[in-house]
Design a protein around this ligand. Structure first.
Ligand code: PXL
Length: 283
């Protein structure tokens, strides 16, 4: 058996609403991965659809956290960043990547900042430029189509998309620097929705779809990203890892739809963990 993989997950922790660390930690742990967390902020809920949430910024703690980890000689098989609340946090996480990058480890950036054609309210339009710089340090980035448009500085286009549009977007995203790009929210017709994956080294592009489920569910990007990383660290190739993550995310959305849960409350990824563990050939 190979050594147990270790990840550093760098996201906020939103107490309620199933996103960021409350999603990444259980999914990665269930996949057998030791998960260290660096909380960038503590909120009472995520910012998508709730008002009156608390927000405790932890920017000041990030460099001392990294320094302490470094002093312990810790090494990570992957560093996974998600929601970051300010330019300063982008800079600090960029430094952290420089400090913990090693040959063979994986830096995954989810450039959380926008969806459905709109930047999240707490960000200024300039934020996209800062996120682009962070993406340049990544081995793999996993934007949705809105984030992708911001990263390549093009106007957002609503779908359905053509294959040539998606291919061009993937290549432009690859030009930012990462070896691999996974574009979520890709669809060529109204019946299906999934993700497109591009490997710059091989030039391979693959698309994985599932039946589209109506409605907008919160936190699905974090469920997807965590499952994708879990599969990559369990030695699945990119297309297979994307397939596992698409299937797991879709099943989580379907359970949530069936339960008629408030879409702000996040998706029921918990009851899919046994299937995810099986798909990862761990159980
Ligand atoms: O899931 C993305 C996310 C993470 N963390 C916070 C958020 C969001 C999206 O809105 O608000 C605090």
């Amino acid at each position: 058996m190979s050594h147990q993989k270790r990840v550093a997950a760098i996201h906020d922790i939103s107490g309620f609403g199933r996103c960021s660390l409350t999603v990444a930690l259980p999914i990665l742990s269930a996949a057998g991965i030791e998960t260290a967390v660096m909380p960038t902020a503590v909120l009472s809920t995520h910012t998508g659809g709730f008002t009156g949430y608390t927000y405790r910024d932890l920017t000041e703690d990030l460099r001392p956290f990294a320094r302490h980890w470094k002093s312990l000689g810790l090494k990570f098989d992957a560093l996974y960043s998600g929601f970051l609340g300010s330019f300063e946090q982008l800079d600090i996480v960029g430094e952290l990547f420089d400090d913990f990058k090693e040959q063979g480890n994986l830096i995954m950036v989810d450039p959380v900042m926008a969806d459905n054609g709109e930047l999240y309210k707490i960000f200024s339009p300039e934020f996209a430029g800062g996120m682009r710089k962070l993406c340049a340090k990544a081995d793999i980035i996993i934007p949705n189509i809105t984030e992708a448009s911001l990263l390549v500085d093009e106007p957002y286009q609503p779908g359905p998309y053509t294959e040539s549009y998606i291919e061009r977007l993937l290549k432009k995203l690859g030009d930012i620097g990462p070896r691999q790009v996974v574009l979520t929210g890709t669809y060529f017709n109204e019946k299906e929705l999934g993700a497109a994956a591009y490997d710059r080294e091989t030039g391979n592009i693959s698309c994985l779809f599932a039946d589209r489920i109506e409605g907008y569910y919160h936190g699905t990007g974090d469920v997807f990203g965590s499952a994708l990383l879990a599969a990559l660290l369990n030695d699945f190739g990119l297309p297979q890892a994307v397939e596992i993550a698409v299937d797991y995310t879709t099943a989580s959305i379907r359970r949530t739809l069936n339960a008629k849960t408030d879409i702000r409350f996040g998706v029921d990824f918990e009851n899919g963990i046994p299937q995810l563990v099986k798909a990862l050939k761990l159980g």
